[in-house]
Design a protein around this ligand. Structure first.
Ligand code: SF4
Length: 470
């Protein structure tokens, strides 16, 4: 029997990239490839790159550099670079990474078999960066092997982005926004649930502007949430990522009303200063953002909030930065993702001639201030769970050590807890919603102990709102 070829995919970046890797694995499996755990064992290595920050771009180049000796020792091995850096840099990336055989952008994933054939025919290096027109774009249906489906699954509802946030390269690398037909989304969610997933995260660059249904009020995303919520067997529904200017009251109401909707809301603010937001071309003010959050919190007081913060954006003064600190203190997010601004090619900021004028040491100091403040807030927010019993959807073995399971609260907080001594009982808990008493906090996680049997799940209507904390 012919030996299976092996592929190793190393991923960098966001959940869109995680999703792309899953599709690449499926496409390559149909071509006779089996996934393997290291580049050393692989016939094909794919580095899936992220262009959002300069650091991520360097990471992929270093990873390719480290493969130099391996490639020299195994001349048959093929190295491809995929993702947003491949799209952004095109043939220039081949020059910078001499070990790469070919590069391809996100829209070229379905063409991966023909790209491999093209390379093996001529062994000539090339870059494939054609972007598919909005009218012709077709979403790849997920085709997971039953054994590969985890408790949580990602389902894409959109590709690309029509916004023009000045710091962002995504519209350049992923193209115009396309919404996936709602029937496809619902069918894919149902497929994942049938194979064992219990929680689904709907993903897109700006899910709030989803527009494939044509509802009279134009709030297609709220309607999509309602349709996905009706999938029998689905226990939890999340989505990411949102744009505050498009976050609607109906979506806030969905958090309150829908059976499966979780109490996690990721609403990237980027800055607490309206002046900075204007230079970022974000389309909302600090006050408008706060009003939306306040409304969402009024409807669902248990909401856990997270956000993204950029410090050191061009022209950011001390006073503007202080407004970001004051916003963090006012909102009390459960978690934030914070970054120092880095100039990216092909972004509106360059066209607007916004100079990267905040010195690196000032950016570093601001980043540390933001993170120190957030550490205090996160500790306080996690502390509210201690002594309470919370519903945890069990995901599997914990990274925190043997004999530990992990899962998440509805608000996305990770909980580690001791598993039952009987291994079959422990295994049976995976995918179940169970009551866990929270006993302590760690820097970003919670520690708990099992308090009872799995909670009977309302897997179909009538709707049951999951209790976050009992
Ligand atoms: S909404 Fe803004 S930050 Fe998000 S992908 Fe689109 S352009 Fe980038």
């Amino acid at each position: 029997m012919e030996k299976k070829r092996r592929v190793y995919i190393q991923n960098f970046g966001c959940q869109m990239n995680d999703y792309d890797v899953e599709r690449m694995v499926e496409i390559l499996r149909a071509q006779g490839y089996a996934a393997c755990a290291s580049a050393e064992e692989a016939d094909l290595v794919v580095l899936n790159s992220c262009a959002i920050r300069e650091k991520s771009e360097h990471k992929v180049q270093s990873a390719a550099g480290r493969l130099k000796e391996l490639k020299a020792a195994r001349p048959g091995m093929v190295l491809a670079i995929a993702g947003c850096v491949a799209q952004q840099e095109g043939a220039r990336l081949l020059k910078r990474v001499p070990t790469a055989d070919f590069t391809f952008g996100p829209d070229q994933i379905p063409a991966l078999p023909s790209l491999l054939a093209r390379f093996s025919d001529g062994r000539r290096r090339f870059s494939a960066t054609d972007v598919i027109d909005v009218e012709d774009y077709a979403f790849l249906d997920a085709d997971p092997e039953p054994g590969d489906v985890k408790v949580t699954a990602l389902v894409t509802i959109q590709k690309g982005c029509d916004n023009h946030c000045a710091y962002c390269i995504v519209p350049h690398t992923r193209g115009r926004e396309v919404s996936r037909p709602a029937d496809e989304v619902v069918a894919e969610v149902a497929r994942f649930v049938a194979l064992g997933a219990r929680e689904v995260t709907l993903i897109g660059q700006n899910v709030n502007s989803y527009h494939a249904i044509g509802t009279p009020d134009g709030d297609d995303f709220a309607e999509l949430l309602r349709r996905v919520d009706a999938v029998p067997g689905l226990v939890r529904l999340r989505y990411t990522t949102s744009h505050p200017k498009d976050f609607t009251e109906k979506v806030a109401e969905a958090h309150r009303d829908l059976r499966t909707m979780t109490s996690w809301l990721h609403l990237p603010v980027q800055s607490g200063s309206t002046r900075t937001l204007r230079r970022m071309v974000r389309g909302y003010t600090r006050e408008e953002y706060l009003r939306k959050l306040e409304h969402a919190r009024r409807l669902s007081p248990e909401l856990s909030l997270s956000t993204d913060i950029i410090v050191g954006y061009p022209g950011e003064t001390d006073a503007e930065f202080d407004e970001t600190l004051s916003l963090l203190a006012e909102v009390e997010y459960d978690n934030i993702y914070s970054f120092g601004y880095s100039e990216r090619p092909d972004t509106p900021a360059l066209k607007l001639k916004l100079k990267d004028d905040v010195p690196a040491e000032v950016k570093d100091a601001r980043l540390q201030q933001v993170q120190a403040l957030q550490r205090e807030i996160t500790a306080r927010r996690l502390g509210r769970f201690v002594g309470r019993t919370a519903e945890v959807l069990v995901e599997g073995a914990s990274r925190s050590g043997a004999g530990q399971l992990c899962g998440r609260l509805s608000g996305n907080e990770m909980v580690n807890f001791g598993e039952p001594a009987d291994p079959s009982r422990a295994r049976a808990l995976v995918g179940q919603l169970i009551p866990v008493r929270i006993t302590a906090t760690r820097a970003h996680t919670l520690v708990g102990e099992l308090t009872g049997a799995p909670i009977a799940l309302a897997l179909a209507s009538p709707p049951r709102r999951l209790k976050v904390v009992a």
